[in-house]
Ligand binder design. Structure first.
Ligand code: FES
Ligand SMILES: [Fe+2]
Length: 438
């Protein structure tokens, strides 16, 4: 493993990444131990557990957790395995309960994770200390604009520290309306044969693939002028040393709303006084269309049409790649609504958004197929013999007109164009930093 990680370090210097890291059981195991138990990982939105007692099953790496809201409105992220013999306790995706009872020997836990009893307790467990036998809980849990994150490392940074300057952009994206956003219905889940890093690699800043892989969406009239978001467009990459990254496209408040912005009846419900003067200046000029919070949470806000010829509607979604194996993920997709916006806007966005991104989304089919290749190469005996590396040299060292934009007045490292792969290289540097840290 040390040898492989050393090769990754050398590769990144020359703008390549060894294919092997996209499908290797040992790499995968180490990622679970060094990435997913140390990073802040998204586990859901507060609107999904709006009332005391609400709970839902979620995953950090390969581990299953019950995310609960207790009677005091506090959120807990509890390991869904019994402290007695490890039996799964909660067997349904979501619900409302004050207590959970293990099906095996019927130990009982409160929805805040505390041990609360067992059959024949007075005779069977005279000396058991309830404080020691509650459910294991994520030591750090916090929210930002309704997004719930958990960190399994008690020594970990605060969520704000972890997000770094990405927090500034989250304030801009989610802070527009004091009423905030909520999840529409259930998150969609489906399995895709890829490695979780391929999704992150794409959302952190792959603008280059849009005009080729997703060309068909323009051909069928479902997205006019797709080159707008292609690698050649007027946008920028913004990346952060923590491995997070985002894509900027043209302005969205108040015009041109059909290119990624909001119609006037929606932007009228926003309160820009909530933002700092610099943030207000930013929203007048730029829109964040894609972003990645390392390791595996993405955000997307782009226009979609519900049918060819219709005006596009802006939709917002959250996406997560839950790692199952080194070549399998569960895609999680949360469609969001602006609580202050007219219902018709939210509904059109929901339909248009799902027609592009979701289990049957037209763009989703494109991406899913393309992303299945990297784990094939990672696993291949032939490719391992050849030590195949993937190319991340777009914009690398004079390859294109792509450099750091030193005039960019907002947080993060911005680039002059989108014809490059600085965010991906930054993300893999972050990945490596955690992987080599014992
Ligand atoms: S395994 Fe849960 S009570 Fe025994
Ligand atoms: Fe895509």
């Amino acid at each position: 493993m040390d040898e492989l990680l050393g090769k990754v370090a050398d590769s990144l210097e020359e703008g390549t990444v060894p294919a092997r890291i996209f499908n290797d059981p040992q790499v995968h195991r180490l990622e679970m131990e060094r990435i997913f138990t140390r990073c802040w990982v998204f586990v859901g939105h507060v609107s999904e557990i709006a009332s005391p007692g609400d709970y839902m099953l979620r995953y950090i790496g390969q581990d299953e957790f019950i995310v609960t809201r207790d009677e005091n409105n506090e959120i807990h992220v509890l390991f869904n395995r019994c402290a007695h013999r490890g039996s799964p306790i909660c067997r349904v995706e979501k619900g409302n309960a004050t207590h959970f009872r293990c099906p095996y020997h019927a130990w009982i836990y409160k929805n805040n994770g505390e041990w609360n009893g067992a059959p024949l307790r007075a005779r069977a467990y005279r000396k058991l200390d309830p404080k020691e036998w509650g459910l294991q809980a994520a030591p750090l849990v916090d929210t930002v604009h309704g997004l719930i994150f958990a960190c399994l490392d008690p020594e970990g940074p605060t969520l704000r520290e972890y997000l770094g300057d990405m927090a500034w952009y989250l304030d801009v994206i989610f802070g527009l309306s004091p009423e905030g956003m909520s999840v529409i219905g259930e998150p969609q889940r489906w399995q895709v044969p890829t490695n979780w890093k391929m999704g992150a690699d794409n959302f952190v800043g792959d603008s280059y693939h849009v005009a080729s892989l997703h060309r068909s969406i323009e051909e069928v009239g479902a997205f006019p002028d797709i080159d707008v978001t292609g690698g050649n467009g007027p946008g920028k990459h913004v990346s952060f040393p923590q491995g997070h990254g985002l894509l900027l496209n043209s302005g969205y408040l108040p015009e041109p709303w059909d290119k990624g912005g909001f119609p006037p009846e929606v932007s009228a419900t926003f309160d820009l006084d909530r933002l700092t003067p610099l943030q207000r200046e930013f929203v007048a000029e730029h829109a964040v269309t894609h972003l990645l919070i390392f390791p595996n949470l993405a955000f997307l806000r782009v226009p979609a049409v519900t049918a060819p010829g219709e005006m596009p509607a802006v939709f917002t979604l959250l996406r997560q790649w839950q790692p199952l194996e080194s070549d399998q993920v569960v895609n999680w997709n949360w469609m969001l609504r602006w609580n202050s916006a007219p219902e018709e806007f939210n509904e059109t966005g929901y339909i248009g958004g799902l027609s592009q991104h979701g289990p049957s989304g037209i763009l989703e089919q494109d991406d899913g197929l393309a992303w299945s290749g990297a784990p094939d190469v990672g696993r291949s005996a032939f490719a391992r013999k050849r030590e195949v590396k993937f190319n991340y040299q777009l914009g690398f060292d004079g390859m294109s007109d792509y450099s750091v934009d030193t005039e960019y007045p907002y947080p993060g490292t911005a680039t002059t164009t989108m014809l490059g792969e600085l965010p991906q290289l930054t993300m893999y540097r972050r990945w490596l930093k955690e992987m080599v840290r014992a």
